[in-house]
Design a protein around this ligand. Structure first.
Ligand SMILES: [Ca+2]
Ligand SMILES: [Ca+2]
Length: 275
């Protein structure tokens, strides 16, 4: 009896992982047409209650307009548990929303919001868009929902912005935070920051000017707020206050001058203005 139960749960786990794997394979050919619309298929195996989220591969800039439409149905279990992205109206709510509701979040630690079959709103953060099914388990789920996503780029030409840069963006690991702001070569750049972040245990809390009680790392104090313009740009120190001119045209990235990120915590608020 014990052996049968063990085999049963093993096969459930195997099926669950096979579903996730299969949906990853099916959803790889993400495409965007000329209008910037992306279509993809989200499997019911992405259960938000288990913190299993579908990575859309789409990065969103805070404040941009987000339109998401979906069609199709997924099944959340046996019996009358098939629904579209608006969820199962014949069951009580789960985590504040109907079971089976298509949910979203921006960034791994983003705020979860309901999407349903039709959604239009402003992005509340900068980061990767994740989608999931508002369900508590996944081993009895099947099917997938087709989701169409359009992100307007009208906010790309922003001249001002405030972003929170998590300490996990360690430049030594080439992990850079996308500020969502594009700059033009020669334009004036004012960057101010406040707050502190922690780079590890012990006396390793500092503001954006870095840890003065440690030796340098890559020519600057550990914990210094760094910037670069464009994916392949040269890193420059920012600190708590920076005034200068953009050395190139491109996206402004920010990061923490640290060699690792596993023991980091906190974030620094950064205010950016282009003149
Ligand atoms: Ca289920
Ligand atoms: Ca560290």
């Amino acid at each position: 009896m014990v052996r049968i139960n063990w085999l049963n749960s093993l096969s459930k786990i195997t099926i669950a992982y096979a579903l996730i794997f299969a949906s990853v394979i099916w959803s790889v050919p993400v495409y965007a047409d000329y209008s910037g619309r992306t279509s993809l298929s989200v499997s019911s195996a992405y259960s938000t209650g288990l913190n299993r989220w579908f990575d859309t591969g789409i990065d969103i800039v805070n404040g941009s307009v987000l339109s998401i439409n979906s069609n199709g149905t997924w099944r959340l279990g046996t019996g009358p548990r098939e629904c579209n992205a608006n969820g199962l109206s014949n069951f009580p709510a789960y985590n504040g929303y109907l079971y089976g509701t298509l949910m979203g979040k921006i960034g791994r630690n983003g705020v979860v919001f309901p999407i349903g079959t039709e959604y239009k709103g402003y992005a509340n953060a900068t980061g990767r868009l994740f989608l999931g099914n508002n369900d508590s388990n996944l081993d009895d789920n099947s099917g997938s929902i087709n989701v169409s996503i359009r992100v307007s780029q009208e906010n790309r030409k922003r001249k001002k912005g405030i972003v929170s840069v998590p300490s996990a963006y360690s430049t030594g690991l080439n992990k850079w935070f996308d500020s969502g702001i594009d700059v033009e070569k020669g334009s004036g750049l004012s960057i101010n920051s406040n707050g502190t972040w922690r780079l590890g245990s012990g006396p390793r809390v500092c503001n954006a000017n870095g840890l003065s009680n440690f030796p340098l790392y890559n020519g600057y104090l550990y914990g210094t707020l760094m910037g670069k313009i464009g994916h392949n740009g040269t890193a420059f120190p920012i600190g708590t206050e920076y005034n200068g001119n953009a050395y190139a045209t491109g996206r402004l990235f920010l990061g923490n001058n640290d060699s690792n990120s596993d023991d980091n915590s906190g974030f620094i608020d950064v205010s950016i203005e282009i003149r």
